[in-house]
Design a protein around this ligand. Structure first.
Ligand code: FHN
Length: 476
């Protein structure tokens, strides 16, 4: 090769090299942009593409129809299970890090013992489905900050910090898809593990008077990028269920911005009212329409009456804890659970019933038994729950009522000894037929119409000692 040829070759090589360097820089930048969770990144655009814009009623439709869901509180707190350094710790299991004043470095040690080899996503989803539940809300991250999925923004997750190294949310997403159950994520805004959030507040992580000057950095470089992961890598989600919003550093404008951010990634998703500052404590209902969120979240309680025009969901534990506590045996009876589900539906709400799986990945037997019993009742009576609306009349002495179209579902908790069921009628309501929902033949029950009421004659024996449903069909 002559001198000129060599010069040309060197020049060409230089061009190729600078092109490669430029390409590398561009690729690096876009990677950075992605980890920073910018919603203009291509990954984000793909997730929302193809979703048509729905009205509020259209978005809420599946949720209003579902009425019944499974809450799952699962994380590292299942390892100590309510006991720290040999002492039983007061309070709910998932709060042990705060309640036992466990330093971050000490709490981190539980990750090494989290190896839930018994976890089977398919079994959990089938259990929920057999109970008649239509959606599952699982803790992607609770207040201790531990992540149940493969997060690229932290090593404080199931993949990097535990021997298990399986993405639990991925497996649940696949099982939910297979069984036609909506998957939803609970996500704590408060984070006791993150140095830019509440970790420095040790020994009182939940100190609502303290503020972290770096909190905005936690929101921008951690909270939002993690939500982007959850909203882009796990398929369409039903609900983003926020919590831990009562901290000093969280404001309603931030809540509104986060609501918009979540919906920019999945336009059809629902977001609970704990995204902002609207909920009135455990009563859970938003102070006004001005606050962010699609539905209210009463906790461990059911509103006294129906709330026309308000979407709400009561979440409740089966014993006294959300996260597993080995010695909490204060289980609610199946009767209580079924009647609470019905009570909630009769007031136009949803019921989100909790389980706290054990560290081995198994749901406690007491919870399984209760879910199976509820499922047995639902197998006969779910028509009186799904897609129903609140009772058109005040709570009767014998039980509750749910409604759909021209049907009134009369939930008889107390079977009348004289066999006469008195049912109030609204003006213009004319009874056409009454039958027991448990009766496959739908044999007509005798009825006697009076002023503003109808009396239905019932057989001597209640089909179900907990709640027998009588269907009253009104003339159209
Ligand atoms: O502090 C949490 C608690 O641990 C649990 O997650 C419940 C469920 O609604 N919510 C919070 C308190 O409001």
């Amino acid at each position: 090769m002559g001198k000129t040829g060599r010069r040309h070759w060197i020049a060409a090589a230089a061009v190729v090299l600078s092109l490669l360097v430029a390409l590398y820089i561009v690729a690096g930048c876009s990677r950075q942009t992605q980890t920073a969770g910018d919603d203009r990144t291509p990954a984000v655009k793909t997730a929302s593409a193809g979703q048509k814009e729905l009205s509020q009623d259209e978005r809420m439709a599946w949720w209003r129809d579902a009425r019944f869901g499974l809450f799952i509180h699962w994380g590292l707190y299942a390892v100590p299970a309510g006991t720290y350094q040999g002492e039983r710790v007061k309070g709910i299991g998932e709060w042990i890090m705060n309640n036992a004043k466990i330093p971050v470095a000490e709490y981190e040690k539980f990750a090494g013992a989290f190896n839930p080899t018994g976890f089977n996503a398919d079994e959990w989803v089938r259990l929920a489905k057999a109970a008649g539940m239509r959606y599952i809300v699982i803790t992607s991250k609770h207040h201790d900050g531990f992540c149940l999925w493969d997060s690229k923004v932290t090593t404080w997750d199931i993949m990097d910090a535990t021997p298990y190294q399986r993405d639990i949310l991925k497996e649940l997403a696949a099982a939910c898809k297979k069984h036609g159950i909506k998957l939803c994520f609970y996500h704590s805004i408060m984070d006791w593990h993150h140095p830019d959030a509440q970790a420095p507040f040790y020994p009182n992580y939940n100190d609502t008077k303290q503020s972290n000057p770096n909190f905005a950095r936690y929101v921008d470089t951690y909270l939002k990028p993690q939500l982007a992961e959850l909203l882009t890598n796990y398929g369409p989600l039903g609900v983003l269920w926020f919590d831990g919003e009562w901290i000093q550093d969280w404001t309603e404008p931030q809540g509104k911005a986060l609501y918009e951010y979540v919906r920019s990634l999945q336009p059809q998703i629902l977001v609970n009212n704990r995204v902002g500052k609207g909920r009135k404590g455990m009563e859970g209902l938003s102070k006004s329409d001005e606050y962010a969120g699609d539905f209210g979240t009463p906790e461990q309680q059911v509103p006294a009456t129906g709330l026309p025009g308000v979407d709400w969901e009561t979440c409740m534990t089966m014993n006294d804890t959300w996260g597993f506590k080995s010695y909490d045996d204060n289980w609610k009876s199946t009767e209580q659970l079924i009647q609470t589900l019905v009570d909630v539906a009769s007031k136009g709400g949803n019921f989100l019933l909790n389980v706290g799986p054990m560290p081995e990945g198994l749901i406690p037997q007491a919870s399984i038994e209760r879910l199976q019993a509820v499922g047995k009742w639902m197998a006969v009576n779910s028509e009186s729950i799904y897609g129903t609306t609140a009772s058109p009349f005040e709570r009767p002495a014998w039980g509750r009522c749910t409604a759909q179209g021209n049907k009134r579902y009369l939930h008889v908790f107390r079977w009348p000894v004289d066999g006469r069921l008195e049912v109030p009628l609204a003006g213009g309501d004319a009874p056409e037929k009454a039958y027991l929902l448990a009766d496959k033949k739908r044999a007509a029950l005798p009825m006697l119409e009076g002023a503003n009421r109808v009396t239905i004659s019932l057989p001597g024996q209640a089909p179900d000692p907990i709640d027998s449903v009588v269907v009253l069909v009104l003339k159209k």
